[in-house]
Unconditional design. Sequence first.
Length: 273
Amino acid sequence: MWEKLLRLLWHISAASLLVGSLIAPASAGCTGAVADMRAPLRLAAATGADDVSLSFLGHASFLIESPGGVRIVTDYNDAIRAPVTPDIVTMNNAHPTHYSNVVESGVKFILRGWDPAGGVASHRVDYRDVHIHNVATNLREPGVREPGVRESMTRYDGNSIFVFDVADLCIAHLGHLHHTLTGSHLAALGAIDVVLVPIDGAFTLNQNDMIATLQQLKPKIVIPMHIFTLAKLDLFIARAAGLYTVRRAAGASVVLSRAGLPAQPEILILAGM
């Protein structure tokens, strides 16, 4: 009797989650408990023809351009700037190659992945045809416990993963990720289609754990960044062999759409990496 009752409750809960996901507003497509149910619960856009332009600018910076003309630059910093003025800039953590205090005029939203006051950064931005939210993660930093002894210290909520919900695609920029993700992280991120992933294996998370993180997220497209050397890229590809096909783009830019997502997960390498 109890077994039948538990089964009934489970089916009711699952059905409620499915219905809630299907009727959720489009701006919430990349957030919520659908992360555990994965992409099949997400509805395709009505047109299905809108494209997103993604261009690699260098290091961890990308220019994302929405169908409605919204321009976003990730990991906006003083050394790397886009050829156009963005509407929105994100900065994942307070490191010179990932942020700037000198933002050009014309930028409408400045989204920092950490709270300078010491709290937890929380962003929910809707601008034209783009919705952006962040999920805070921790950073490890070198510290000195006593003379001659170094150890890693944790800076809690010092990094953010930014998720860009545009043209019915969920694009996640992992920032300077230093650890694998918890169930809470995954639920807050939502079902991710494209991941921009740091693969240096030293300053961020080691490559094996980074690949494990990608397996947690289950994106269709993985785009490496924060590479430093081609040897690091080759090692990452070798370690991910069997999990992803590899495709090399002819240039530094690519056009993405939901209809164009590959049937099998792939690593997409943009020129200039």
